[in-house]
Design a protein around this ligand. Sequence first.
Ligand code: ZN
Length: 285
Amino acid sequence: MSGHRADRMYLLQYGAERVSAALSLRGGPVERHYWESFVGVLVRGGDEWILFDTEMARAALDSPAVQAAYAAGDNGDDDFRWHLTPTPPADRRWTWGLAGDPLAAALATVGLTPEQISRAVVSHLHVDHAGGIPTLAAHGVPVAAHRDELAFARSGAVGVTAGFHPPDWSHPGTRWELLDGDTDLAPGVRVLSTPGHTPGHLSLRVDLPETGTWLFAADAADLGQNFLDRTPCGSCAAARPGDEELADRSLDRLLREAADSDARIVPGHDQLVLNAVRHPPGGHR
Ligand SMILES: [Zn+2]
């Protein structure tokens, strides 16, 4: 079985965003806001470093249009109590990210540079997951995404106010690798098709020799609460009939896979869970 397992894994935190609970929990209270982490997963499998999710770009973190899109969800609640992030942000910011290029800064914490990444994959093309793509493109790193996701972003059906920031996925040098669904990326590294939140949403499964199976939901489940209540996230970007049902099924799929493989399941934006599983020195084995 060892040939079917990755070697080691690091969990990265690039930053965080303050969002309404209604975005993360279907039917959740719009007036409650949480600080939610931006998470990356870095896996050594075969001879490759594979990166899952890439954070919010510096350009987006500093963009008045992106801040305004987040602020549009504000309803006057000034409660910033969810200060579990490593670096509490300044007041009245809706996002924060590591200094400089957050992707490069996060990789530096484990002694890597962007050009050492063999391959990246993005769960979906929302601004808080896709912002590192231009950095990877500049270093010739191929970026995998679901074919339906790129087609949806490029359709122009949604824009910045819905979390799609075109500079993230418009870099002409991007070496796209378009996936059609479940795909093995390397020994012990597999993406799982979990549509609903967006049309081509992907989650990640990692199998390690000592700690076993890990499932990274990305936005198929932002928080532990999604699993506890069997309630998916509150938004479906394409707003098509049937998208909410797809999101339900994707959540169920992750729960089933977790039960079948006794997996550790990590929601996409849960600061408490991330703090609990943040990588030990040398990474998870
Ligand atoms: Zn999203």
